[in-house]
Write a protein that binds this ligand. Sequence first.
Ligand code: MOS
Length: 707
Amino acid sequence: MNGGIGQNISRLDGPAKVTGRARYAADMPADELVHAVIVPATRPKARITAMDLAAASAMPGVIHIFTHRNTPQFGRVTVPLAGETVLPLQDDHVRYEGQAVALVVADTLEQATEAARRVQVAYRDETFQAGFLAALDRAEAVSEFFGIPLNRSKGDVPAAWAEADARVENTYRTADRHHGAMEPGATLAIWHDGKLLVHDATQGVVDAQTCLAQALQLDPASIRVKTEFIGGGFGGKGWGWPYQILAAMAARELGRAVKLVLTRAQSFTAHGYQPATRQIVALSARADGTLTGIRHDTIAAGSFVGEHIEAAGWDTHPLYAWPSFSASHRIVRLDRGNPAAMRSPFGGVGLVAVESAMDELAYALGMDPLELRLKNHAEFDPADGLKFSSKKLRECYALGAEKFGWSNRLAAPRSMRDGRDLVGYGMATALLRAFRFPAKARVSIDRTGQVQVETGTQDVGQGLSTIIPQIAADALGVPVTRVALALGDTTLPAAPFTGGSSATMSVGSAVQDAAERLKSKLTEAGANGPEGYPGALAALAADRLSADGAWSPAEGEASAAIFSFGAIFAEVRVDRDIPIPRVRRVVGFYSAGKIINPRTARSQMTGGIIWGIGQALLERSEMDADLGRFLSKNFSGYLVPTNADVQEIDASFVEEFDAHASPLGARGIGELGALGVAPAIANAVFHATGIRVREVPIRPEHLMATG
Ligand code: MOS
């Protein structure tokens, strides 16, 4: 086994992580390091009328306290990946609870933490609204996000509704959720000789560099951002946030190395969250199950300090064949921090509503839910007529159903029991847009045959640092053990942020391109295969030979709708008397193009499915509307799945090669695993109990009437 494409090798970064050798941003060494601690606002909306720094300043070790009175003016941050565009410490306004009102820098973390507690702030409170549902009437229309149109309308939806044999129209809700990465946000900013070196827990070194350059009004070339290992991101580390800017600002102002690590509580206010949504889905169909219309209207929570839109209906149009369709989006700006993408954003939130609605329609028609999906299977995206680049969803449905034993399902709700348990089977479709971005890479080889891949991508923990060496090894025909990888550094060939499930297609293709170019050079120099590489270098009198590679989506075929797909089947058990829904098993079958490493891919899908269990049954950040703050900024109040919540998970892929999506044949899988899981579980809960819960997470109190 040489570890090339398609082979099951173990994670190459595994040993470093489990032995503690892996160094994360906050682990990096720096001379004369000092520590910065954020003083968070205790009010959601207020003016600061006075600050008393005397007690804090007198504490041992305190070096400086930044407030709105002495912090330099920041430049405008306009990058699309700006977490918040209204930056803190620039005026006396408090715009959300948790926003930084001061930054204390001291010799030790303990000193800074204690001094931060003694910063006295007097506020004049202003009227605020932080609760979402009470503010729905303030929703404002939004039309695009990242330059992509959000809203669509085609065909005559009202006429289809009027003429339909079957109709369902319901309101669904999803909760505010927080990325709970194991590694909190952390920035170690080192100012030296007019240059800034930043070790940052970021999903995008280039975007972080641009964001810091704009905020600090520095030449991007004078800022180097590095990230060697990341302890989970899930979107929360994909944007440029105020805490990173504050750490870098403090380093520059003080001319030294400043480390800022968010506390767990601060990670509930400092890097976004998936905002709550209220969605209305209306489906109309003929008696035989043919859909005649889909309407999907979303209202999402937003903020006054940024522009994130939870575009739940963005990717509803390619789900099924339809003759009429409309999707709309509105946001309600609230006095909160800005939300952000969180695995799995947009369609991942929208599928909860649409795939629950499909289940409701199946019952309205007296049809099997899987049959209803097959009946409306889309061969092309009906919004624009584009064919799918490759779509093996039919196989996913068939193979997933067989593996799950879907045919054993009795149609009627509450008809399947096992002892005290009500048993429910539910299913849903998953669909994931292929975000693809330009990327660059360099591959080189030395006279010993050792290969080095360099690319400024980042591994959030999903396995990229395993599959990139596999891709290079495959192209060069060398064992993967001969390939080393350097990543996470703005001095390396530029790569996009690791988000939107884009990395394999984007960075992987650039690496493949570079490796193929290197192989051509070696072949030209006389190498007749991998054994000849050292000889070719000798012939060139070179110690090292390298090739630059690049890939951009423009080089792929644009005239196709590129999406990954999945069919998700879930079995839920609900005790007759104690109605806590438990997920007995989940089977996911996926169509995602070529799978570079089935083992790490399966592992990633398993993690995604567990994430989906959290979305379905556990994860909810309750906003206290009276205090204007998220109530439980810790894992005792914010529940995520633990081992006891997770039983059998079975994720598989169909064989596929999608040449349109990327030269590797791969599409994205990062966010695919969490898609469709929550609606499959919600549908299984209904099948088990006969109670339709149109809100996630589904909680025992929703099911109290199961007896
Ligand atoms: Mo992803 S939620 O784009 O990191």
